[in-house]
Design a protein around this ligand. Structure first.
Ligand code: PEP
Length: 280
């Protein structure tokens, strides 16, 4: 039996795209939106590579209160305007407060374009039950739930069930590594061996976030970035979505620059994903 047999969490269609345990979508983009120019350059590169999905961080949950907290609602018009211009169908965007959902809804309406949003719930909010219920109740957007980095898989799967219990069955479950002293020098202990486990226990599409798992552009002895090795491992294991940080100028990024891949590496990244997918 599955984790929760009566669960209504399952594959779904959104913005003309299928999200299921059989599909594969790449959400490459900015960990944090810094300026309009970089949003445009990022989306232009996506369009040139035939991608219609992206990640864009507006509301950033930061460890240090004095660190850049994200531009919030201010940058939403930049994101949706550029999405319209570059034929982006879906933007994955983290929200940390119920109010952000309304801000996104309003900015989308004002932008007048047809782009969609998947509401991301960060690893620090996996058990923020009121936020989960709010995202469960709203009828507009699917959700991308990050597993909690310090709780059991079962606890994270129950968090997904909070979304369904309030009516949102459109949930993608994201593996992003576990906090561990033993995982060093990776930022988190990569957990992509659990892609098939989550697929066995639930009907949700499973995402991997190699950027926040590995946390750097470090090269393995074969000259390939470890973040790319981790991606290939996740895709070979059957991942249905990849959330990955890119930036036009990683050295200028306001959040997580050391783990962002460069735009000229996107083409190679996608080819490697294709090879890994064939191996699955
Ligand atoms: C992110 O994807 O921007 C992020 C903060 O990830 P996580 O919640 O997994 O740390």
């Amino acid at each position: 039996g599955r984790h929760n047999d009566p669960s209504r969490l399952c594959g779904f269609d959104y913005q003309g795209l299928r999200f299921s345990q059989d599909s594969l979508h790449v959400f490459a983009g900015l960990c944090a939106v810094d300026n309009r120019k970089h949003v445009g350059e990022m989306m232009s590169a996506l369009q040139a590579n035939g991608l219609r999905c992206t990640r864009m961080g507006a509301y950033k949950p930061r460890t240090n209160p004095y660190a850049f907290q994200g531009h919030g609602a201010v940058c939403l018009p930049w994101v949706f305007e550029q999405a319209g211009k570059h034929d982006i169908a879906v933007v994955a965007m983290e929200v940390t407060h119920e109010q952000h959902i309304d801000e996104i809804q309003q900015a989308l309406t004002e932008s007048g374009n047809a782009c969609g949003v998947i509401l991301q719930i960060g690893t620090r909010n996996t058990q923020n039950f009121e936020l989960l219920k709010a995202i469960g109740r709203q009828p507009h957007f699917p959700a991308l739930l990050k597993r909690g980095f310090g709780i059991t898989l079962n606890e994270s799967l129950n968090a997904a069930e909070y979304l369904a219990s309030e009516g949102n069955n459109r949930v993608i479950f994201c593996l992003r590594g576990m906090k561990s002293e033993f995982g060093n020098p990776h930022r988190n202990m990569v957990d992509f061996a659990q892609v098939p486990t989550v697929k066995r226990l639930t009907r949700m599409p499973v995402c991997i976030d190699p950027s926040h798992s590995v946390g750097s552009r470090d090269l393995a002895p074969d000259g390939i970035m470890e973040v790319c090795h981790a991606t290939a491992q996740g895709v070979t294991a059957g991942a249905n979505m990849i959330l990955v940080d890119f930036h036009p100028k990683p050295e200028q990024a306001l959040v997580d620059g050391p783990q962002a891949l460069q735009l000229h590496e996107l083409d190679r990244f996608l080819k490697d994903v294709e090879i890994a997918r064939e191996a699955y």
